[in-house]
Design a protein around this ligand. Structure first.
Ligand SMILES: [Zn+2]
Length: 287
């Protein structure tokens, strides 16, 4: 069944064509009665625009709000804009990403923290939630307690946060920010819908906190390079194909701990893989 109901006048649509290897199927949302506001457009494939128009069932698609500029969320936007003339809406900080990945895509409207996008009678408040991507936004319907979280909070697993685009300090701050909202349901960018928002957000915060405690435990034994930390943190258990992602994830945490003056590294000008990291505070790491 595609699309399926995800809330009052909100439909969830998942592209029926499998994503490129290594990508997860995104959740796209169609809002509205007479006309459709789309939250994210999904990846590009030959029939993407046809499939989205079929999901809209004859109603015009008037705008696409992009939670961020990644390929699996924004890839089909250009084709759909060309077919329908719909407006493309995003945060200004992700325009550079969009321009680089999709030079043919025009952005029609920039939105920032506190802006409200009117999708018929639904008021989508823009919440600035950088971290996974610099211009990542969440969309909050206060009247319904519904939060579209993009990749800030996924329905399962954890979110990839990798420098230089990803920023762990900003990501953790964004999680705290949405934890404070009285949300009743999260409509995430991937995975199942989230009926218990606070529990899920707290789970993600705890997951990151445990990773930092693990880094603290490793560095307690002495200085380590990133490569050594990946080996120790994941043991022999990590698939060779995932080592790169593990490396970048640990780097994101170490950048955060360095920014908080809990971890230092030598030599100071060295590239990440050449650095030797050490603790500058006693463990367990203060939070
Ligand atoms: Zn993403």
């Amino acid at each position: 069944m595609n699309p399926t109901a995800a809330g009052p006048e909100i439909l969830l649509f998942r592209p029926p064509v499998p994503p490129p290897p290594g990508w997860e199927v995104p959740n796209l949302y169609l809002l509205g009665r007479q006309e459709v506001t789309l939250v994210d457009a999904g990846y590009a494939y030959a029939q993407a625009a046809d499939d989205l128009l079929a999901a809209a069932a004859g109603r015009p698609i008037v705008r696409i709000v992009l939670t961020h500029g990644h390929t699996d969320h924004a890839g089909a936007a250009a084709a759909l804009r060309e077919r329908t003339g719909c407006r493309i809406v995003c945060h200004p900080r992700d325009r550079a990403t969009l321009r680089r990945r999709f030079p043919e895509l025009e952005v029609d409207q920039e939105v920032r923290e506190g802006d409200v996008i009117a999708a018929e009678d639904k008021r989508l408040q823009v919440i600035d939630t950088p971290g996974h991507a610099p211009g990542h936004i969440a969309l909050w319907i206060e009247e319904e307690g519904t939060l579209f979280t993009g990749d800030l909070v996924t329905g399962a697993g954890s979110t990839f946060v990798g420098p230089p685009e990803g920023d762990m300090v900003a990501y953790m701050r964004s999680l705290d920010k949405v934890l404070a909202l009285p949300a009743k349901r999260l409509l995430p960018g991937h995975g199942p819908l989230v009926p218990e928002p606070q529990k899920r957000i707290q789970e993600l915060i705890t997951h990151r906190r445990l990773r930092e405690l693990q880094i603290g435990k490793i560095l307690e034994k002495g200085p380590h390079t990133l490569g050594e930390m990946v080996e120790t943190a994941y043991g022999g258990l990590i698939h060779p194909g995932l080592k790169g992602a593990a490396f970048i994830t640990l780097l994101a945490h170490l950048d955060k701990l360095a920014a908080e003056a809990k971890v230092g590294f030598q030599p100071s000008g060295a590239k990440p893989h050449e650095r030797s990291y050490f603790l500058t505070v006693p463990t367990p790491l203060p939070y």
